[in-house]
Design a protein around this ligand. Structure first.
Ligand SMILES: *Cc1c(COP(=O)(O)O)cnc(C)c1O
Length: 381
């Protein structure tokens, strides 16, 4: 039988049993820390919710299905997922990371993992051949595409060819496009990371994080780290993500459609400088996006005339809120320099073009004309 299409799989598991749970259409929240054993050695069901919980299992199976992996592990936040992932490595190991990553990832690598003996090389992987930087200690390459907030696009399959040749892991943070628009495991990545807080949850109300893999040995190692370190997603939060994911396809399509309209409008504004959106025809990554993704996402960045103009826009927006985070139903505007990227070294910011005039917009699912009118009054006064 043909597998269901991706949007159906956001809602239904192949082979789901409608007789279970008294026919409840909404998967029940198993709010239990522990489960009774029938007898010694009974390993048929659940024992303890740090290791496994039915509600969380259901969520993990749904995400594994839409990300085309064999296992998805649900964490209490994106950073908890990344922290667990880094436990795969030992002191002396070397990792090549995209220099334009989410600022929290860079902070984890530099402040926590660096202290524990991991060594990082940061490169603009969207435009740099990583091969000369791989050495005998290199264990992984960590990328994000499109990047945050500069929207640089990396050819995942091209990087995967290099990592496979050297026997090292390719990790892709797929938060920005979500599985609806991009499936890195299909392009040769070994590990997909999600901040489930963003598009998967989708409503700016829950924190979550995921690791998705398709290799059984890797899944086993990560499951061991997971049960040992314990940053697991709670049953109620798991249910909220299940609920959010049911509308992933609808929300992504609507917000991406809004984003392309807004990017085109921003382009026509005298008081706006560069506009970074991978769906714009002259975006340097557009051809790669067309090959490896099914949409351009709903994140965009743009420059205004001065740091004061940036402050004014943040102050004046009404419908759009000045807040961190992204990927929810509400449109949010952020100032990356002092918010998401406060801990990124200044020289890295300068190289990336992340200036004190740059604003980042996470486009939600409101009416595009309302959003444009709000930006118009905020930018043009
Ligand atoms: C938000 C985010 C993270 C961190 O996830 P949390 O859920 O906030 O811990 C990691 N990567 C990207 C791209 C993000 O946007």
């Amino acid at each position: 039988m043909k597998q269901y299409e991706l949007d159906t799989r956001c809602i239904h598991l192949p082979g789901e049993d409608h007789e279970e749970h008294f026919g409840a259409l909404s998967y029940p929240i198993y709010q239990s820390a522990s489960f009774v054993h029938q007898e010694i050695g009974d390993e048929s069901g659940y024992a303890y919710s740090r290791v496994q919980n039915p509600t969380r299992d259901h969520l993990e199976q749904l995400l594994a299905s839409i990300e085309n992996g064999t296992d998805a592990i649900a964490f209490s936040s994106g950073m908890a997922a990344e922290t667990a992932l880094m436990e795969l490595f030992s002191p002396g190991d070397h990792i090549i990371a995209e220099e334009n990553l989410y600022g929290g990832s860079t902070r984890l690598f530099n402040v926590i993992n660096g202290k524990n003996g991991l060594d990082f090389t940061y490169l603009d992987i969207s435009s740099t051949d990583i091969t000369p930087y791989i050495n005998e200690h290199t264990k992984a390459v960590f990328i994000e595409t499109p990047t945050n907030p500069m929207m640089n696009v990396t050819d995942i399959a091209a990087v995967a060819r290099i990592t496979k040749e050297h026997g090292i892991l390719l990790v892709v943070d797929n938060t920005f496009l979500s599985p609806w628009f991009q499936n890195p495991l299909d392009l040769g990545a070994d590990v997909v990371i999600h901040s489930g807080t963003k598009y998967l949850a989708g409503h700016n109300d829950t924190l979550a994080g995921f690791i998705v893999v398709k290799d059984a040995a890797l899944s086993q190692k990560l499951r061991f780290i997971y049960k040992t370190t314990g940053a697991c997603l709670a049953p109620f939060d798991s249910w909220l993500i299940i609920r959010g994911m049911k509308t992933l396809a609808l929300r992504m399509d609507k917000s991406a459609d809004n984003a392309s309209k807004i990017a085109a409008w921003l382009r026509t504004q005298d008081k706006v400088g560069k506009v970074y959106y991978p769906g714009l025809d002259d975006h340097p990554g557009k051809a790669i996006m067309d090959r490896q993704a099914r949409g351009y996402g709903a994140m965009l960045s743009f420059e205004v005339e001065s740091p004061q103009a940036a402050a004014d826009v943040l102050h004046r927006v009404k419908l759009i809120r000045f807040a961190e985070s992204l990927g929810g139903t509400e449109s949010l505007l952020t100032y990356p320099l002092v918010q998401t990227h406060a801990d990124v070294p200044k020289d890295v910011l300068a190289r990336a073009g992340l200036t004190d005039r740059l604003l980042r917009l996470s486009v939600g699912v409101e009416n595009a004309d309302d959003l444009i009118r709000d930006l118009d009054q905020a930018i043009n006064g």
